[in-house]
Design a protein around this ligand. Structure first.
Ligand code: EPZ
Length: 427
């Protein structure tokens, strides 16, 4: 087991390059199941989750090779259509093979993902949508058994909640269905637009990219993809918040500012200076860097589906508000248990009170936190502990850092490149 050590109190500066988006890479890797042949994906981040997903694809018969950030996947020969519990329990996104396997092979057996730290995370919308396309889904022994007796039939599908992976799963099933499918009240996250672009490049007929309605005209076959993964907006936002929390100034490169509309507005509302170009975002304090007199305005956030404030950046912003100069109200509307970082931040001196899906953060000021031993509980909670550690005085030791490694490529190298004193130690 390893732990991450963060020596706080140093102002970060310089540039950090964002990797490809984890939450785009996973559905796009799954989509290679839709067409036999050799697919090429560019800008694929090398993370625990992408390695796990590629391993799952290997179990299905997909051979793959990575050269730098380019991954080729050959899905010509699929050996079976089952995603086992052992793999699915470590990564819920494995459910994304359900739609493409049914579309390609006419059947799929995928373990129910089960809950996770941040919530129950049911997949009822995935099942509802597939059944609307004519798939027979039976749930037994912890698995979803999906099968079609006749070809997938297009239909109109309405999602009660704009679910990211349910939208992706149904999109991947609909592209090979007979007739037209209309997906209503879909999620509009940029990662879905990336999938739409990939599928269109493979020969799919999809209208409504980035809107809340996707209209898919089914085709009989698709060709292999050659596609680029979009920048990771959550990684970009995490580093912007980290630089700000350290009192420093810096630039995130190879990102897409248009994918962070809510975060950039909220950072400006705290009094920080945000400068954007086509593929960079810079953050600084008025007058450059923070000095002891600098105060961060406390700001409220409410997490919402895109383009609202991203739930995946809620924990990180809470760490920033912990050193604010007033009171911040943080409403988490997407997941029912996404305040696991609060208890750990409190260990560092944060003044936070949770009431149901809301947290009230009473900012302690720029030097209000002190380093402490803390424990990571889930991917984004663990990044908020790193941010708090950078802002705190003294040393913070974070255990269970495998959570971090799921979604942040080369985290230690990237933070060190910004001037942070962070390193891993074996426990
Ligand atoms: C995706 O998860 C992301 N994961 C999550 O990122 C992200 O937090 C989430 O979208 C919201 O933006 C990937 O893309 C791999 P949802 P997903 O379905 O698709 C409920 C990270 O840190 N719901 O959009 O699982 C659900 O419980 C991860 O990178 C149902 O009720 O989220 C939640 O309350 C964490 N039934 C809401 O919808 C369903 O069938 C939105 O969840 C599906 C979802």
């Amino acid at each position: 087991m390893e732990k991450l050590i963060v020596e706080g109190g140093r102002q970060l500066s310089g540039e950090v390059r964002v990797s490809g988006a984890k939450n785009a890479a996973l559905p796009l890797i799954a989509a290679t199941l839709l067409a036999p042949g050799k697919h090429t994906l560019h800008n694929v981040p090398d993370l625990r989750d992408t390695r796990t997903f590629i391993k799952l694809m290997g179990e299905l018969g997909v051979t793959s090779e990575r050269k730098g950030d380019v991954v080729t996947l050959d899905s010509t020969h699929l050996v079976h259509a089952e995603a086992s519990y052992d793999l699915v329990k470590t990564m819920r996104a494995s459910v994304l093979v359900l739609g493409p396997l049914v579309a390609r092979l006419g059947r799929a057996k995928v373990s129910l993902p089960g809950g996770c730290a941040i919530g129950a995370r049911p997949i009822n919308f995935h099942i509802m949508g597939l059944e609307a396309l004519g798939v027979s889904c039976t749930l037994e022994n912890g698995y979803v058994d999906a099968e079609i007796s006749t070809p997938l039939q297009g239909n109109v599908i309405y999602f009660d909640i704009p679910s990211v992976t349910a939208t992706e799963n149904l999109l991947m099933a609909a592209v090979l269905a007979e007739g037209t499918t209309v997906l209503k009240n879909v999620a509009r996250e940029p990662e879905i637009g990336n999938l739409v672009d990939m599928l269109t490049g493979m020969g799919a007929k999809i209208q409504g990219k980035d809107s809340d309605r996707l209209t898919v005209k089914g085709v009989t076959s698709l060709r292999p993809a050659d596609c680029r993964i979009i920048p990771d907006r959550i990684e970009a936002g995490t580093y912007l918040i980290a630089i700000a929390a350290s009192g420093g100034r810096g630039t995130v490169t190879h990102c897409n500012p248009a994918h962070l509309p809510a975060l950039l507005e909220k950072l400006k509302a705290t009094g920080l200076i945000i400068d954007e170009t086509r593929d960079t975002i810079s953050v600084s304090w008025p007058g450059g860097t923070a000095n002891s007199s600098r105060k961060l305005q406390s700001v409220d956030i409410t997490t919402m589906p895109y383009p609202g404030y991203a739930t995946d950046l809620q924990a990180q912003f809470m760490a920033l508000m912990a050193i604010g100069s007033g009171v911040s109200l943080i409403n988490e509307t997407i997941f029912e248990n996404r305040f696991m970082h609060v208890a750990e931040l409190r260990r560092m001196g944060a003044d936070i009170r949770v009431d149901g899906s809301s947290a009230v953060v009473n900012g302690k000021g720029m030097r209000g936190l002190s380093g402490a031993p803390v424990m990571a509980t889930d991917l984004r909670a663990s990044s908020s502990l790193v941010i708090a550690g950078l802002a705190a005085s003294g040393r913070t030791e974070i255990t269970r850092i495998y959570h971090l490694e799921r979604g942040y490529e080369n985290l230690v190298e990237k933070l060190t490149g910004l001037g942070a004193r962070v390193w891993k130690e074996t426990m």
